[in-house]
Design a binder for this molecule. Structure first.
Ligand SMILES: NC(=O)c1ccc[n+]([C@@H]2O[C@H](COP(=O)([O-])OP(=O)(O)OC[C@H]3O[C@@H](n4cnc5c(N)ncnc54)[C@H](O)[C@@H]3O)[C@@H](O)[C@H]2O)c1
Length: 315
């Protein structure tokens, strides 16, 4: 309930934040919860929906403008009595701020899917959560990196000022079925190229590294973070580290040994190395990834082949 309180010496009368919902600390699989997932028609979001819908008490609402996501990712839930899909652009003003406002109004707990990009081109390796990052504020990649940094700031401001229950996950590269085929991410690029019999295009120098987390591990980490008591930020990613050349070699070997690997110019400010330190996730969430890259690639290949309509000729 909202109540009037006086603040400081000037006796200014301001509204106290509403009583938080008693459900904000509840467990996803134990209580009747109504869960809003913005971007839930996307890659990670739709896998999260699948998992949360497993609990017959949960009601799941997705707000998505289909900018990169698709109704197809949610087709098995459309029409389900516990599921609702709303076409909505959360950026009508500023996305995170809007959702924070909503969480404050209804006393909900809120999770931000932040990113390893907040570390920029890191000078610390592997990256721990207390590293502040090395981001070029005016570079071509900055709007994503700085956007997420501002989103983290807003989350903490609402937490400090209004006592909002927040959780921040710093997601490292994630891959798996339902990834957008042509959005330029490296794993989806290489897999689609290998299936289409096209050369795998490694951006120079090829020695830059990334760490790849399979999507079911990611969803498990996000749920544990949301159910635990720690605000984060917490790195959720797979610490297995690969150079882009190693990744290309692995995809070539596993999907299409005939394809060529070629090098192409890189985009500016491409981080040279990326590997999460997941000590915090292990200690605070009891989480670590289970699926190795070599186990995840075939699962993604199967999904890509279906969507591209190119069956395997291995057998
Ligand atoms: N996949 C990764 O490797 C990775 C890494 C770091 C962080 N993340 C973060 O995780 C989240 C999910 O990423 P993903 O890989 O599933 O991407 P995705 O593009 O598949 O999903 C994003 C979803 O958000 C929707 N969307 C975009 N703008 C919107 C708007 N204004 N209003 C409503 N919906 C909107 C899209 O249509 C899409 O369904 C994102 O916040 C992303 O920044 C992902």
């Amino acid at each position: 309930m909202a109540k009037e309180v006086s603040q400081g010496d000037n006796h200014a009368s301001v509204k106290a934040p509403p009583e938080p919902s008693p459900l904000r600390k509840a467990k996803f699989f134990k209580a009747n919860m109504r869960i809003l997932i913005t971007g839930g028609a996307g890659f990670i979001g739709s896998h999260l929906v699948d998992k949360l819908m497993e609990n017959e008490k949960n009601e799941v609402i997705v707000a998505d403008n289909y900018f990169t996501g698709s109704k197809d990712n949610l087709k098995k839930w459309i029409g389900h009595p516990r599921f609702e899909l709303i076409r909505h652009d959360v950026t009508e003003v500023i996305g995170t701020l809007n959702v924070l406002g909503l969480a404050k109004r209804v006393g909900a707990r809120i999770l931000l899917t932040s990113t390893s990009e907040v570390y920029g081109d890191p000078l610390v390796h592997p990256q721990t959560e207390d590293y502040w990052g090395n981001v070029n504020p005016i570079g071509v990649r900055s709007c994503y990196d700085e956007g997420k940094r501002v989103a983290e700031t807003l989350m903490f401001d609402y937490h400090r000022q209004h006592g909002l229950e927040i959780r921040i996950a710093r997601i490292f590269n994630t891959y798996g079925p339902r990834m957008n085929i042509d959005d330029g991410r490296v794993v989806s690029n290489f897999i689609a190229q290998a299936i289409r019999d096209e050369p795998l295009t490694v951006q120079l120098p090829g020695t830059q590294t990334r760490s790849f987390c399979y999507v079911s591990d990611m969803v498990d980490g996000l749920i544990r973070l949301m159910e635990g008591d720690n605000t984060g930020p917490i790195n959720i990613g797979n610490p297995g580290e690969f150079t882009m050349l190693e990744l290309a070699e692995t995809v070539k070997e596993m999907i299409n040994p005939e394809v060529k690997i070629v090098t192409v110019e890189n985009t500016p400010d491409d981080p040279r190395q990326r590997k999460p330190d997941i000590t915090k996730a292990k200690e605070l969430l009891g989480w670590e990834p289970k699926i190795k890259l070599r186990e995840g690639i075939p699962l993604m290949e199967e999904d890509f082949r279906q969507r591209l309509g190119i069956p395997s000729n291995k057998n």
